[in-house]
Design a protein around this ligand. Structure first.
Ligand code: S3P
Length: 414
């Protein structure tokens, strides 16, 4: 099987393609609600993008070619759209307003607004400027050196986008390196960006050149199928063309440490991103300890790692993962509640959880909490539960993986 295009890379291809001189051709663009939100935001600022379902052709207008949007820009459920756009819009010569759905409007935006304000940005929001809707009066920015308290690619990328428009150098360092797709793709588009061991820096006033981008399969989507193959006895699953950027492969490391049989083969570089094929075979898993630098490298995979832990022998201890509490939902609380409903012993901690494998999961009815990854994780858990599992409010799956249930039915039929 193959999984749809990487969400992070798809967002960035639209953003950088729109800001580039000339045409950008994107193959394998993820047609999820989140990435379509980004596309619509750029269309609302005058960008022409033709999408035939296979290839997305973006007519870039250069760094100063966007026009003032006539209405509020809706980011839907997408934190990446909102946080990255906030940085980009802060440096434009016009006024704009960003909003999103009720989940996104509840998420913290102060983490980008505070450093952007230090660059000279003028941004107003609810809750003292910490929550969307956000009103942004674009103006001239100055470069700063920012030490981020959290490893977050959204913070780093937001500041790099603002830094494209700022006077001088903008530098972001983080406690450990978060996904580096922005720095890679900005470099691929010819921007004066420099990757650092724990962050990146960019010089203002550069120029981006339109490029061809082949989007790798999303390892965060592949993760659900990897765990499915591991926990359903007798499975063997080959997932082709998956992005294996080292800032994203924490899931492979964690599962391998749990005893998973995963082969990574045929590694190649595609549009500046490493890609490989993954062969996964059912394995007996054991509980492990997860923390430190592995956490940002697997940040979106913890709901499905929780399912793997529930099917493992012994206890899995997760720590240093407080960020999970401010994702699309509080993923620690959501997975603790849902796994308990499936008969699993879970202890919630401030920055993580302890999950003791239960032998057999119990079929149950659980909620998605409006979070795509909680919904998909519990459906995978349902494959091995005794009795039926019902997940309510699964419309959210379309934010990142609209073809999830079709693909799952297909691989389960074989
Ligand atoms: C993303 C960064 C991560 C991740 C999100 C996508 C990105 O968020 O959870 O799904 O594309 O930059 P944080 O930067 O908040 O960790």
């Amino acid at each position: 099987m193959a999984v749809p295009g990487d969400k992070s890379v798809s967002h960035r291809a639209v953003m950088f393609g729109s800001l580039a001189e000339g045409t950008t051709v994107v193959r394998g663009f993820l047609h999820g609600e989140d990435t379509i939100s980004t596309l619509n935001v750029f269309r609302a600022m005058g960008i022409d993008a033709a999408d035939d379902g296979d290839t997305l052709v973006i007519r870039g207008k250069g760094l100063h070619g966007l026009s003032e949007p006539g209405d509020v820009l809706d980011c839907g459920n997408s934190g990446t759209s909102m946080r990255l756009m906030t940085g980009l819009l802060a440096g434009q010569g016009f006024f704009s307003v960003l909003t999103g759905d009720r989940y996104l409007r509840a998420r913290p935006m102060g983490r980008v607004i505070e450093p952007l304000s230090r660059m000279g940005a003028t941004i107003f929001g609810r809750d003292g400027g910490a929550k969307a809707p956000l009103a942004i009066q674009g103006r001239t920015l100055k470069g700063i050196s920012y030490v981020s308290p959290v490893a977050s690619a959204q913070i780093k990328s937001s500041l790099l986008l603002a830094g494209l428009y700022a006077d001088g150098l903008t530098e972001v360092t983080e406690p450990s390196l978060s996904r580096d797709h922005s720095e890679r793709m900005l470099g691929y588009f010819g921007a004066p960006v420099e990757p650092l061991a724990n962050g990146a820096r960019i010089r203002g006033g550069g120029e981006l050149k339109g490029r061809e981008v082949d989007v790798p399969g999303d390892i965060s989507s592949a993760a659900f199928f990897m765990v499915a193959a591991l926990i359903v006895p007798g499975s063997e699953l080959l997932i082709t063309g998956v992005g294996v950027n080292p800032t994203r492969t924490g899931i492979i490391d964690v599962l391998t440490q749990m005893g998973a049989d995963i082969e990574v083969a045929g590694q190649r570089l595609v549009s500046g991103e490493p890609v490989a094929d993954l062969l996964v075979r059912s394995s007996s898993l054991r509980g492990i300890e997860i923390g430190g630098d592995t956490v940002p490298r697997a940040i979106d995979e913890f709901p499905i790692i929780c399912v793997a832990a529930a099917c493992a022998e012994g206890t899995t201890v997760l720590r240093d993962a407080r960020e999970l509490r401010v994702k699309e939902t509080d993923r620690i609380a959501a997975m603790a509640a849902n796994l308990r409903a499936a008969g699993v012993q879970v202890v919630e901690t401030d920055d993580g959880m302890e999950i003791t494998g239960s032998g057999k999961l119990r079929g149950c009815t659980v909620d998605s909490f409006g979070d795509h990854r909680i919904a998909m994780s519990m459906l995978i858990a349902g494959l091995v539960a005794l009795g039926g599992t019902t997940v309510t409010d699964t419309g959210c799956i379309a934010t990142s993986f609209p073809s999830f249930t079709d693909l799952l039915e297909r691989v389960c039929d074989r």
